[in-house]
Design a binder for this molecule. Structure first.
Ligand code: 13P
Ligand code: SF4
Length: 318
């Protein structure tokens, strides 16, 4: 990994136009997650959930992959494309799930269950991926777990809420790592009930990283892409969206006549429903990473080779 000590930005530049120009000049593709700010989403060549972004990274013929998302997503792109340059707007944009699952602790946890199969959520480091049997995302976790022979014990890390959701959906007992997302654990059941009372008929839709009481109240649970598709196809007109509100930008595009209410956090004074990592990326930093091809994301060759195996297993099953 390399840090970006960038020369200042010329204040007369039209940054959006420069980003489009530099993308062409560098034969770069801009991949962006739905939790990015709207301005970045609108500049992207490809927008998607974690699985779709990994698939896009696998297929792209571009020389440079600019990943507007968080570190584990760009790392996955690098694992799939070791010869390409992968840059990110902000190298410090991490993920609480990744931070809560250090590789040494993960290895020690695995060692307690000899013979078990480890299914690991993509929101983790390359080093943890390298110690896993299968990677999954929120859109295919159920499918991956179902693909594992019934006589095998299954370990699921690092998101316990997604793990519990998969246990419920598959009826299969999983050994869960006790991790959670700092954004999805903030939603308030009490305040959502209040919104439902004020907006009769509003449908609660949730990402599976939300805690159990929120998932129990939700009428639809899915990945960011599944949530966007759902608002377009549902006959309902008003939605309470229990995930990072960046996703609402695309919801407004696919179904502009509908109303989207952000599920509120417990603490009324904070914006803790916004991912502090995803929101580190700005148009300015995006321009700089394209201009300077820094900061780059790298993965040591031995880790990469081992991490590729469970990622490819996931892609083959998806
Ligand atoms: P998706 O796979 O639904 O895009 O989720 C990514 C994520 O980080 C959720 O917090
Ligand atoms: Fe990680 Fe949560 Fe941010 Fe997703 S929303 S990147 S899980 S901290």
């Amino acid at each position: 990994m390399t840090e970006n000590h960038a020369a200042p930005i010329d204040p007369s530049l039209d940054l959006e136009a420069e980003i489009l120009r530099l993308k062409k000049e560098r034969n770069a593709v801009l991949l962006a997650h739905y939790y990015q700010m709207s301005e970045i989403q609108d500049l992207a060549d490809f927008l998607g959930d974690s699985l779709q972004l990994a698939q896009a990274a696998q297929k792209t013929p571009a020389d440079v992959i600019v990943f507007a998302g968080v570190h584990f997503m760009a790392e996955t792109a690098k694992i799939l494309n070791p010869t390409r340059t992968v840059v990110v707007p902000d190298l410090t944009a991490g993920c609480s799930l990744d931070e809560g699952c250090p590789v040494d602790a993960f290895r020690a946890w695995r060692a307690k269950y000899p013979g078990a199969v480890a299914v690991t959520y993509i929101n983790c480091s390359a080093a943890v991926k390298a110690e896993s049997d299968y990677i999954c995302t929120s859109s295919n976790a159920e499918k991956i777990v179902r693909a594992i022979p019934a006589d095998k014990q299954v370990l699921f890390a690092p998101d316990r809420n997604l793990g519990r959701h998969v246990m419920k959906a598959t009826g299969r007992e999983l050994v869960l790592w006790a991790g959670s997302c700092i954004v999805h654990e903030t939603f308030s059941e009490r305040r959502i009930i209040g919104i439902k009372e004020r907006h009769k008929g509003a449908e609660l839709i949730a990402h599976p990283e939300c805690e159990e009481p929120i998932l129990r109240m939700a009428s639809f649970i899915g990945s960011t892409t599944a949530l966007i598709k759902h608002v377009a196809s549902s006959p309902n007109k008003t939605f309470i969206v229990a995930t990072e509100p960046g996703v609402i930008h695309q919801m407004r595009k696919v179904a502009p006549d509908k109303t989207y209410l952000e599920a509120p956090p417990d603490d009324e004074s904070c914006s803790c429903n916004q991912c502090p990592h995803m929101r580190k990326n700005t148009v300015e930093k995006l321009y700089l990473c394209l201009r300077d091809l820094q900061p780059q994301v790298d993965v040591p060759a031995d880790v990469r080779a081992r991490a590729l195996v469970p990622i490819e297993r996931m892609l083959a099953l998806s």
